[in-house]
Write a protein that binds this ligand. Structure first.
Ligand SMILES: NC(=O)c1ccc[n+]([C@@H]2O[C@H](COP(=O)([O-])OP(=O)(O)OC[C@H]3O[C@@H](n4cnc5c(N)ncnc54)[C@H](O)[C@@H]3O)[C@@H](O)[C@H]2O)c1
Ligand SMILES: O=C(O)C[C@H](O)C(=O)O
Length: 313
């Protein structure tokens, strides 16, 4: 009996999109359709074919095609949106809002038509506001419209903690709440190494430095690259979320979710701990926060609201 593979569409075949497509195929999470604009159809086909030709060497069974035609994406289980412009040194993610809102809206109009049952994961920046735009345009239930930021921000945070203590990254646990901007909230109190709270292991001034570096982690890479933004860790983050959904793993991962009263916010998309499984965001975990943690989250929420206002008028 033939088992049908999952179908995953990646919109935007640039740095993050192409890297994501390759990682998805390498993990055999499904067949991948990589889509970019018609002017880039041949390079998109070329990237997909090049990836496919790596499959006999690496031993993965997954088809990968490039296209600019949404009909080829139809019936996708998951759609990942990486389309849009990336920032350059000196820019904030919010500077991308007008251009990327137009792009995300047009992409979502097509997805709504061709993959109406899909779960959509948004990467394009400023990602909290772009997830809002996607939700408005798609008209899908909130569990099927998910933004990626927290897995990446948490990965950076955990990398820096592991480096600080010279321990395995596998033993570091923590998470980052809030918007994907410089006032995101790494939750120090909930972070541990092998179960030991990091506050018992790292001096306060060093923790503060790690929190600061996490908040500006995207900018650090932008400044080093000079002409674009991070893509390896962002792609790995999207792939982890996709795997959690396609394998119904019920992972507890931070995602950008629509908040309707949780944490005291209404009608706001922002990063919170979620349960990711076959239905997308199956639950938002609400934690009790100390007054200073809530104040930091309020500040981050305010920044997200201000960007959303730009797109809602
Ligand atoms: N949320 C996150 O954590 C995170 C992480 C990394 C990157 N990003 C964001 O992801 C986006 C992409 O980054 P990148 O490094 O891949 O940029 P990139 O410039 O390498 O690729 C973007 C691609 O999108 C394509 N595109 C533009 N308009 C399109 C449309 N209407 N339909 C289909 N494709 C279209 C472009 O042709 C290009 O190939 C940026 O906005 C970036 O800021 C977010
Ligand atoms: O920093 C950026 O502009 C890209 C992305 O949001 C990141 O955090 O790497």
């Amino acid at each position: 009996m033939a088992i049908q593979r999952n179908k995953i569409t990646v919109v935007g075949a640039g740095f993050t999109g192409a890297t994501t497509a390759l990682m998805l195929a390498q993990k055999e999470l499904g067949d991948v359709v990589l889509l970019d604009i018609p002017q880039l159809e041949n390079p998109t086909k070329g990237k997909a074919l090049d990836m496919l030709e790596a499959s006999p060497v690496q031993g993965f069974d997954a088809n990968i095609v490039g296209t600019s035609n949404y009909d080829e994406t139809s019936g996708s289980d998951i759609v990942i949106i990486t389309a849009g412009i990336a920032r350059k040194p000196g820019m904030s993610r919010d500077d991308l809002v007008n251009t990327n809102a137009g792009i995300v809206k047009s992409v979502c109009e097509n997805i709504k038509r061709t993959s109406p049952q899909s779960i959509v994961i948004i990467l394009s920046n400023p990602v909290d506001a772009m997830t809002y735009v996607a939700y408005q345009t798609l008209g899908f239930p909130k569990n099927r419209v998910i933004g990626q930021s927290g897995v990446l921000d948490t990965a950076r945070y955990c990398t820096f903690i592991a480096q600080e203590l010279n321990v395995s990254v596998e033993d570091v646990r923590g998470f980052v709440l809030g918007g994907h901007g410089d006032d995101m909230v790494p939750l120090v109190r909930y972070s541990n190494v092998g179960g030991i709270p990091i506050e018992k292991l790292i001096p306060a001034d060093r923790i503060e430095a790690i929190v600061k570096r996490t908040r500006t982690g995207g900018g650090e890479i932008v400044n080093l690259l000079g002409n674009g933004s991070a893509y390896y860790a962002p792609a790995a983050s999207i792939v982890q979320m996709t795997e959690a959904i396609l394998k119904d793993k019920k992972r507890v991962l931070p995602s950008i979710a629509l908040l309707q009263g949780e944490y005291g916010y209404d009608n706001l998309f922002m990063g919170v701990p979620t349960l990711l499984g076959g239905d997308g965001i199956e639950k938002v975990f609400e934690l009790e926060l100390l007054p200073e943690e809530k104040a930091a989250l309020d500040k981050s929420a305010e920044s997200v609201r201000n960007v959303i206002k730009v797109v809602t008028g």
